[in-house]
Write a protein that binds this ligand. Structure first.
Ligand SMILES: Cc1ncc(C[n+]2csc(CCOP(=O)(O)OP(=O)(O)O)c2C)c(N)n1
Ligand SMILES: [Mg+2]
Length: 554
């Protein structure tokens, strides 16, 4: 059977279980998506087309691959705008598939912007379909890259979507994806050190979530009786009501990072970027680094022992080795759980206090505390924005299931929370879904709010409305830092609930702390029937949250 390239790609996507594709027009593959009956989620700009697909891959831990299309080729306007989304997916290692038009043969060098070189900087793999017969080959490679090894975006450029080939010549079979198990000698060496350590700390990264290894992480932590911290992106990899859970950030996390003599890092790059901890006094600690590949080994800190392989297989091997060495009993280390509880209680005390605050304007922690009370934390999804909402929620929000909360951003691009909430609704339609944002994130989202109405996505946008970029307030980062770029029109000047209400959202404006819970309940109830909601919480600026440790200035 002779078919055109676009149709071939779409049929392969169907074979790979792709149920919908996010897009911003125009991309020639879209015609075949329409003809073949694959729903398109049309966003209102190209960056969000990428971000929704990216977030879908993250939220489903790569078990369902998010796919997007956008404009490319000679008129790469869409791609230039989508670049921000791809850069973010690349930065955070998200296995998203981006399909775009390629520059046709004979047209290279026509525009200033060079598609191939730009795309190579933001992808794990960039494929250019230079011959229609290669459609199955490139799709196989794409899904191999997406489902195996270190996750990252794959970009395919299709220069001629209407060229034809024989579909039966190289029949496509879905790609399974492969995992690697660690070298047993490395596992033994790691466990030697682990059992010798006085104060080991488990440092869990997002690789644990991608590997579906949360249960194994819990079992290992219990076996070695060691406290656990997670990165922002791994928040939820370990149940945050577990007695061994220390936190993502906060004084108690700093305490354990400082106190530890051994760090067992699993599924984390250990890169002290903008939004993660560094390792304080690394030369005085033994760092055991379990990662899916070598890219991050010996990167910022000397690795004492690397254990290279899939996080789940690694954790299982470590468990087995520890059990074997300690006749099933694990590591006897005293009452670690009681120490963790005391440290957590102390570290969280000042936040717990403001979670009950009756002050006006409302303290943002009051909103977070009330949100935790209203939501079923085992059947909901919350995400933050760039700014104080990230810093505050990652300090106090209790996440009980993997991806009950999406932490994101090695660097964090404003506006992603809306994309994350949309993707969460697509992934788990039954879960209450809340994006918490400040005014900067809201500004990025505004054009895309229409999508929620059109697609009947019952999501609540909770706006911590504080009239400015609170983290950039005068003097917050010391004299001279950004005090000139922090004020925007706030709740006294603009009523965003009216603005967004006029679009068709259920909206409320809440100024009284006692109204936070009832307003959230009303919003979630409206969401259940597919209507989006926006709540403006009139809040004070309160740039107080747990700090990142061991990174110096910056
Ligand atoms: C695309 C992008 N540009 C710039 C930034 C830098 N940035 C981070 S937070 C922020 C302002 C946040 O202010 P707001 O949304 O009001 O949140 P608040 O901290 O007041 O709660 C800015 C400009 C960013 N994260 N992403
Ligand atoms: Mg603000």
């Amino acid at each position: 059977m002779t078919i055109d390239v676009a149709t071939g790609i779409v049929r392969i996507l169907k074979q790979e279980g792709v149920g919908w594709v996010s897009t911003f027009p125009v991309c020639r593959v879209n015609n075949a998506l329409g003809r073949e009956g694959v729903p398109m989620l049309m966003m209102r700009d190209d960056r969000y087309a990428v971000a929704v697909a990216d977030a879908f891959s993250r939220i489903t831990a790569g078990s369902r691959i998010g796919v997007c299309t956008f404009q490319g080729g000679v008129n790469a306007a869409g791609m230039q705008y989508a670049y921000a989304g791809m850069a973010q997916a690349y930065e955070d290692g998200s296995p998203v598939l981006c399909i775009t038009d390629g520059v046709p043969a004979g047209a290279s060098g026509n525009s200033q912007y060079d598609v191939a070189s730009a795309m190579k900087t933001v992808s794990k793999w960039f494929g250019y379909l230079d011959k229609p017969e290669r459609t199955p080959e490139l799709m196989r490679r794409a899904f191999t890259m997406l489902r195996s090894g270190r996750p990252g975006p794959v970009i395919l450029a299709i220069p001629n979507a209407t060229a034809t080939y024989d579909e039966t010549a190289d029949p496509y079979r879905p790609v399974k994806g492969w995992k690697s198990a660690p070298d047993p000698a490395d596992v033994r060496a790691a466990v030697d050190q682990l059992l010798r350590a006085r104060n080991p700390l488990i440092y869990a990264g997002e690789g644990v979530i991608y590997a579906g290894a949360s249960e194994d992480l819990k079992a290992l932590a219990e076996l070695v009786n060691a406290p656990v911290i997670t990165t922002l992106k791994a928040k939820g990899a370990f149940p945050e009501n577990h007695p061994l859970f220390v936190g993502v950030r906060g004084d108690q996390v700093a305490h354990y990072l400082n106190k530890s003599d051994l760090i067992l890092a699993v599924g984390s790059s250990l890169s002290p970027g903008r939004f993660s901890h560094g390792i304080p006094d690394p030369a005085k600690k033994t760092i055991i680094h379990c990662n899916v590949d070598e890219l991050h080994i010996n990167k910022m800190y000397p690795t004492a022992h690397a254990v290279i392989g899939d996080a789940r297989l690694t954790l299982q091997a470590l468990r087995q080795e520890v059990s074997g060495r300690t006749p099933g009993a694990g590591r006897n280390a005293g009452d670690v759980a009681a120490e963790v509880k005391a440290a957590r209680d102390q570290g969280l005390a000042r936040y717990r206090q403001v979670m009950n605050s009756g002050e006006t304007p409302i303290n943002p922690y009051r909103v977070y505390g009330d949100l935790m009370e209203v939501l079923d934390l085992k059947n909901s999804f919350v995400t933050h924005e760039s700014g104080n909402t990230r810093d505050q929620l990652s300090t106090v929000f209790d996440t009980l299931i993997p991806r009950g909360f999406l932490g994101w951003g090695n660097v964090s691009t404003l506006g992603f929370s809306l994309a994350a909430a949309i993707a969460a609704k697509k992934a788990f339609p039954q879960r209450a879904t809340v994006a918490v944002t400040g005014e900067a994130g809201l500004g990025y989202m505004l054009g895309n709010l229409e999508v929620l109405l059109r697609e009947k996505l019952g999501i609540t946008v909770a706006h911590i409305s504080n009239g400015g970029f609170a983290g950039y307030g005068p003097g917050f980062w010391g004299p001279g830092h950004d005090p000139f770029t922090h004020r925007v029109l706030g709740p006294d000047e603009v009523d965003m609930s009216k603005v967004i209400g006029a679009l068709g959202f259920h909206t409320e404006r809440v100024s009284e702390p006692a109204e936070v819970i009832p307003a959230l309940r009303r919003a979630l109830e409206v969401n259940a029937s597919g209507r989006p909601a926006y709540i403006e919480f009139v809040c004070c600026q309160y740039p107080v949250y747990g700090q990142w440790v061991g990174r110096g200035e910056g």
